[in-house]
Design a protein around this ligand. Structure first.
Ligand code: MG
Length: 214
């Protein structure tokens, strides 16, 4: 798989699971948070998981799910300080920085578009200095729509206009990729292994990048 850079004017990149290893986020939400929440309430781990699971399902793909302030308030926990406790797990995916340098060299317009909250983005910048590779970094909260919604793409277009047909977009979420395709993004790729410690649940309908060295 090779990207034809002569066709690309704008690069739009997801962060978690695309440039950074999704292991940190999986570990935080599926292991660490349920454990801390159980301890806080003096519950069993099973009861904690049983309480959280319906919230994960109900809020999936919405700004509520991506909002750390919402979670802090709802669970009565300081989510950001908990994230800091396990921040040593924040790491680039293999060759991600090499790929980012190629994006910078080949186009003058490299943008991060993340559903992650700005507070989490700031923590990840602190650990990885990933901001050095981008002309623009957008958190979907700031556009009032998650990437799953068409409203996001229209709002993104209003920040700095771009030609969707000449845009490259890479993300590990199938719902988000479908949303990008609906909007008319011309070059769309998924990620074969967003979490270095887990297999993908199911293959993507979009071409999947195995390793950025391709
Ligand atoms: Mg992602």
């Amino acid at each position: 798989m090779r990207i034809d850079w002569s066709q690309i004017e704008t690069v739009l990149l997801d962060m978690d699971g695309t440039l950074l290893d999704l292991h940190f986020d999986h570990h935080f939400w599926c292991d660490y948070l349920p454990k801390v929440f159980a301890e806080e309430r003096d519950w069993s781990l099973e009861r904690s998981h049983a309480y959280l699971a319906p919230l994960f399902t109900q809020w999936a793909g919405t700004l509520k799910w991506y909002c750390v302030d919402n979670w802090s308030q709802y669970l009565g926990l300081d989510i950001m300080s908990l994230k800091r406790n396990v921040s040593e797990r924040i790491a680039y995916r293999p060759k991600a920085q090499d790929f980012l340098r190629v994006c910078q060299r080949e186009t003058g317009d490299v943008r991060m578009i993340t559903n992650g909250h700005r507070k989490v983005l700031d923590l990840k910048i602190e650990i990885t200095q990933i901001d050095q590779y981008f002309d623009q970094m957008i958190c979907s909260h700031e556009l009032n729509h998650p990437k799953e919604d068409q409203g996001f793409w229209h709002a993104l277009q209003e920040t700095v206009p771009f030609d969707p047909s000449r845009a490259l977009f890479i993300d590990d979420s199938e719902a988000v990729l479908n949303s990008a395709a609906d909007y008319g993004i011309g070059h769309i790729y998924s990620i074969a292994r967003p979490d270095s410690k887990r297999e993908r649940d199911q293959p993507s309908a979009f071409p999947m990048i195995e390793e950025f060295c391709e």
